[in-house]
Ligand binder design. Sequence first.
Ligand code: SAM
Length: 221
Amino acid sequence: MALEELLAAQGLGPRDVAALALYGRLVLEANRHFNVTGARTPEEIARHIADSLSVVPYVKEPYVDVGSGAGFPAIPVGIVTGMPLMLIEATQKKARLLELLLERLELQGVVIAERAESAGHRPELREHFATGTCRAVASAPAVAELLLPLIGLGGAAVLQRGSIDQRERSALEDASLMLGASVECEDEVGGNRRIVLLRKQRATPTRFPRRTWAQKRPLCE
Ligand code: SAM
């Protein structure tokens, strides 16, 4: 089935369908030159887009996405909300693709081509954002450590997860407390996917994110 039809079947309006389909085609084209995402077919791209859009009700400006890869979830969020995007992506080649995608899709945004472990210590980014996402990058406690230093007081880190076992949940709760946040809610969004929202309540101690260990040795795991 064509990407447009798959997207229209998700209940999206014609303007969003056209822009998201262009995005999907650009990603599939880029994938022919280097491995930017595991999605290889219009059906897989449509599934990634649907999963990306599940965060829209939780996202507020200013918005940051960490480990953006080919742009899921941030670029679909930018397309349907018009929000400016801050994309932090460690791989230079993917960061260049993200810049190209922003330009071709006429989206407002900035790409930072570095690891979140260092971006999270930049004064202009630290505790600056109302919402952060970080899809398919690391375990939940590691994602909390990458995102929460970027989130301002009262803001939220929005984690997209599959099933979470008790061990990961309690590691996430403990890590969130160390990072100045707490788990506010866990919402089922269909297809064995859930959104876990971490609400920032206190400043994150300046030693986080740890420059080497945030992903290698996640907090509390
Ligand atoms: N978020 C996209 C998605 O859902 O399709 C990409 C997921 S991909 C599996 C993980 C991406 O995160 C890769 O592009 C990788 O380069 C990036 N990444 C991993 N660790 C990172 C870090 N510490 N800081 C910034 N980017 C990171």
